[in-house]
Ligand binder design. Structure first.
Ligand code: ATP
Length: 236
């Protein structure tokens, strides 16, 4: 397997409290990989450490053949790694267009994606260019957050619980947007509690529990033990 992202033996602490202990995972280039787990399992900590928002106390992160352990977030984005954080964090008072333009500075204007390409990938946003971001539905805001990541021309996109707090209809819109960027060539690492939505579109999945990987496999392999997934997602 050709990995684009390799996380080896990662340790992360908040003060003296361990959040991740010896966590390892691999993401194959071009794949859509899911990281599933319950509240507090360590999913956001994993993504934030890979993206450079948190510094690990041990272990190694390799992205696209280079060691990026402890590299700050503005550098990882320039290497082609884009994070769509939990809670979307679009700039509410700005329009859709302004949010996207702001993002193009993250990778340097000349290296950012063409807006026309974004309108083509996300026609729903094209119709709302001039709309104030904060007044759109949660699903549309999440779509904007994904499009904003796309503006940095990422090789890989890290998505932190994109379906959180959305109604089922809006969750569908968001999952379409994820499928769109994956089909357009991005490798995706998707953090979700919503396993029933994430697994069908995933090539591979990891189950995280209390800061450690408990199980991993293809969706079909994880389906062999539905109780395991249900238990650790708090579904039972
Ligand atoms: P959620 O779905 O609730 O976001 P998660 O799987 O993303 O959960 P993390 O947010 O990574 O989990 O949290 C992992 C552990 O680290 C939890 O025990 C959490 O309480 C703890 N933690 C997270 N952020 C902090 C922080 N800023 N300070 C102290 N402890 C933290």
């Amino acid at each position: 397997m050709s990995s684009i992202l390799s996380v080896e033996d990662l340790d992360v602490r908040y003060g003296t409290i361990p959040a991740l202990t010896g966590l390892s995972l691999e993401v194959e280039r071009g794949s859509l990989t899911a990281l599933l787990g319950a509240n507090g399992a360590g999913k956001s900590t994993t993504l934030n450490t890979v993206a450079g928002l948190l510094k690990p106390t041990g272990g190694r992160v390799t992205f696209d053949g280079r060691d990026i352990t402890g590299l700050s977030a503005h550098r990882t984005v320039r290497r082609g790694l884009a994070l769509v954080p939990e809670g979307r964090l679009v700039v509410s008072p700005l329009t859709v267009l302004e949010n996207l333009e702001l993002s193009s500075f993250a990778r340097g204007r000349r290296r950012s994606a063409d807006l026309d390409e974004v309108w083509e990938l996300f026609p729903r946003l094209a119709e709302r260019k001039k709309q104030t971001a904060g007044l759109m539905s949660g699903g549309e805001q999440q779509m904007l957050a994904i499009a904003r990541a796309w503006m940095t021309k990422p090789t890989m996109v890290l998505l932190d619980e994109p379906s959180m707090g959305l109604s089922p209809a809006l969750v569908d819109i968001v999952f379409e947007a994820i499928a769109t960027i994956h089909a357009a060539g991005a490798t995706v690492l998707l953090v979700e509690q919503n396993a029933s939505k994430a697994l069908p579109i995933s090539d591979h999945a990891y189950l995280i529990h209390r800061g450690e990987i408990l199980s991993s496999g293809t969706p079909a392999e994880l389906d062999q033990d539905p109780d395991l997934v249900a238990r650790h997602l708090g579904l039972d």
